[in-house]
Design a protein. Structure first.
Length: 155
């Protein structure tokens, strides 16, 4: 019985030591999933604009419990619409409380030629726990292409 208690105590101690690294690993996985979803949705929005020959816009969702009222907070997700707002083409809701921000408070415009937004537009996908240090930036360049950088700034 004493040996069993000792083994359980050692296992509990090892589990407590491993918990912070597991937490960071899980949060990184969530952030990478949201980053990849956003990147994929931006690419498919470009293709859809070309296929339809119409301008589109990507706007934020704001109906989740962890979102702030700031117009730059895209933490709930986003939806793709025709530029006039008459039809929603796709909705992507995020189901995990990450911080997703966009440099502008307005929607992202996608031209009929598939050009995304403007130079310097940036999304940041990060953990809501700053100590975990998990963050990715999706940056638009002058050709309207998106590149992904680890961290919160585009260089």
């Amino acid at each position: 019985m004493v040996e069993l208690t000792l083994v359980l105590a050692v296992l509990s101690l090892v589990g407590l030591l491993a918990l912070p690294s597991m937490q960071r690993l899980l949060e990184r996985g969530r952030a990478e999933l949201a980053r990849d979803q956003l990147l994929g949705d931006l690419q498919s929005a470009r293709v859809r604009a070309l296929q339809l020959g119409q301008a589109l816009r990507l706007i934020r969702l704001s109906d989740c419990s962890w979102a702030t009222v700031a117009g730059s907070d895209w933490s709930c997700g986003w939806q793709l619409q025709l530029a006039d707002g008459s039809q929603t083409l796709q909705v992507t809701a995020l189901h995990t409380p990450l911080s997703v921000t966009y440099t502008k408070t307005s929607a992202l415009a996608i031209s009929a030629q598939g050009d995304l937004g403007g130079v310097g537009d940036r999304w940041t996908v990060s953990s809501r726990t700053p100590s975990l240090n998990v963050a990715y930036a999706l940056c638009l360049n002058n050709a309207g292409r998106v590149r992904v950088i680890s961290g919160t700034t585009c260089s």
